[in-house]
Design a protein around this ligand. Sequence first.
Ligand code: NAD
Length: 259
Amino acid sequence: MQGKNAIVTGSTSGIGLDIARHFAAKGCNVLLNGFGDAADIEAIRAEIQATHGVQVRYHGADISKPLDIADMIETATHEFGGVDILVNNAGIQFVSPIEEFPIAKWDQIIAINLSGAFHAIRLVVPQMRARGWGRIVNLASAHALVASPYKSAYVAAKHGIAGLTKTVALELATFGITCNAVCPGYVLTPLVAKQIPDTAKARGITEEAVIRDVLLAAQPTKKFVTTQEVAALTGFLCSDDAASMTGGVLPVDGGWTAH
Ligand code: NAD
């Protein structure tokens, strides 16, 4: 990955931030993206750049907006001279019974978690194709392979990402471009921490019971997956050693989807 240029969407927090750190540690320039306090983001950007001696930039594209995505890819291409690696990681969650699921939340989750990846891929592929090398990794979820109640939009978007991944892999297989989906089980990031109270409400149980009986009940290891484990798998998929891995929908889920 030395000297390559990557975009990691949703990299101001959680899994995306550790993927960005992992890439930078391997000598890859990184464009960070995501929301948050401007001073905090600048501190993260400067720290990763100084620690690893690579170029780290930030673009605040809202991944639910196709024009923002186009501007982000143009910016990365201009700043770095090209985009070799795209990680579609930005994502949100909302927990509600289907009959009460807010229409605006459904639309927002599909826009960020599914359509955002479509737009970024379609816009970045022409330059990858021209160079004959590219790596696309979509952060899916165990929920790309199995469902859980009260997460209709998220599960639908993540199953959609699995289909998008396979289709893109087939279309680009002869051009040196791979496309894979990484499917984590539960990782204790702000995305998961925020849904614990909502799940407790939807199921009428305590927050401790949500962690023990809902989240970790699904994972035979009885441990949260770590952001570093997800970043390491993503990094491998972006290496030359993974040139023959494409179209994969790959669990890193403590055995959850082995059930
Ligand atoms: P997180 O909440 O810690 O981080 C999400 C990131 O996405 C943040 O940087 C946030 O600013 C950004 N973001 C949100 N909306 C955005 C938008 N409209 N435009 C641009 N950026 C936006 O979440 P996380 O747990 O690190 O999740 C990252 C990805 O991993 C998501 O796609 C999520 O579905 C997936 N995932 C997470 C888990 C888990 O247990 N945490 C499990 C499986 C899959």
